[in-house]
Design a protein around this ligand. Sequence first.
Ligand SMILES: *[C@@H]1O[C@H](CO)[C@@H](O)[C@H](O)[C@H]1NC(C)=O
Ligand SMILES: *[C@@H]1O[C@H](CO)[C@@H](O)[C@H](O)[C@H]1NC(C)=O
Ligand SMILES: *[C@@H]1O[C@H](CO)[C@@H](O)[C@H](O)[C@H]1NC(C)=O
Ligand SMILES: [Zn+2]
Length: 404
Amino acid sequence: MKFLGRSRSHAAAFLPVCWLLLKTLQLGHCHSYDNRYAGDKVIRLIPKSGEEALALQSIYHQLKVDLWQPSSISYVSEGTITDVHVPQNASRTLLAFLQETHIHYKVLIEDLQKAVENENSLQPQRNRRSLSEYNYEVYHSLEDLGRKSRAYKRAVWIDCGIHAREWIGPAFCQWFVREAILTYKTDPAMKKMLNHLYFYIMPVFNVDGYHFSWTHDRFWRKTRSRDSKFHCRGVDANRNWKVKWCDEGASAHPCDDTYCGPFPESEPEVKAVANFLRKHRKHIRAYLSFHAYAQMLLYPYSYKHATIPNFSCVEFAAHKAVKALRSVHGIRYRHGPASQTLYVSSGNSMDWAYKNGIPYAFAFELRDTGHFGFLLPEMLIKPTCTETMLAVKNITMHLLKKCP
Ligand SMILES: *[C@@H]1O[C@H](CO)[C@@H](O)[C@H](O)[C@H]1NC(C)=O
Ligand SMILES: *[C@@H]1O[C@H](CO)[C@@H](O)[C@H](O)[C@H]1NC(C)=O
Ligand SMILES: *[C@@H]1O[C@H](CO)[C@@H](O)[C@H](O)[C@H]1NC(C)=O
Ligand SMILES: [Zn+2]
């Protein structure tokens, strides 16, 4: 007791000093990520012809741009939106090239370093309020502590942050847990969901990559594993699954952002989740994975253009979920098979879950459609999570009913 008291008062005494220090650092020019994005731009291009697409592919290769959208240079095609993050020393070359070839473009972000710093400094105070109003200073009966549940409950798996830079994902997973705890007693839908289903939630799938995106490179996508031959690190944890592994839409080169890895489940993060899902697949009814950005709700297949056997049930669930989402703030999501709605990609978790017997497999691409891209401001966490919550609840309630 004494020790606790003393350390607390120490902490209290140091707190304002730390805060002051932090403020000073913020006001001074303490750049995040070593100022590495200074002068970098994010540019949107939509090639109008196959010729333009080829020209863009080659200049992207040459300038080593960081592609935000789509995930791989090979997807750059006529009529497809491409958002590229261009390093400062390359942007003049790219802009000159675009003017010369008369390819139409739009600068989405003029100075990426400024945008990153905006993300860090203009955010509201981080709120560390306690999660629930559960009173820990009274004695609780067994009924208070937990309900008797059926020995065998169906389950929903949710993961967020397979891709490191998509920060809104982990924010949503945490939001989901908070909502479940806070509204269980008052919201009949939440009560029904939690009484009838288990929820397995993985808030940050790619932990090392996520950490790296905080400390070194805000736009890191892959894991952080090492390769024995190449100096490049990391594997795309959403191309590392054993379902048409390393085929279309994945790269076999360790330096690429969509690198599929040396073999399926090479990444410990993927292996661990795959093992868990294999073990529990009989009672897991839904697999939900959270990504950004595009505003889409996707279902299988992703690796081929074909219709899944239970298309009508899944399509119906997706259609309703998107409608429910839109009812909150009017945000429109496209929905459909990933191969048609986004692009063909092999070796991803959603297809794998579906192939392994989980009948409802979805991938969300959350806000926005490119205005902020990966730098979705904290101010938009609440509206994004609120509307997404409704979509997830809608899908989940669907699982409790018989599919028409
Ligand atoms: C830009 O700078 C990076 C890192 O300093 C370098 O690797 C790259 O080759 C440069 N690109 C151009 C087009 O000058
Ligand atoms: C799901 O969303 C649709 C469309 O908004 C709505 O009509 C339906 O009532 C919702 N279902 C549940 C269970 O929330
Ligand atoms: C399709 O639906 C039927 C009936 O609900 C179900 O038994 C079957 O497992 C489903 N198959 C798939 C692949 O989802
Ligand atoms: Zn992603």
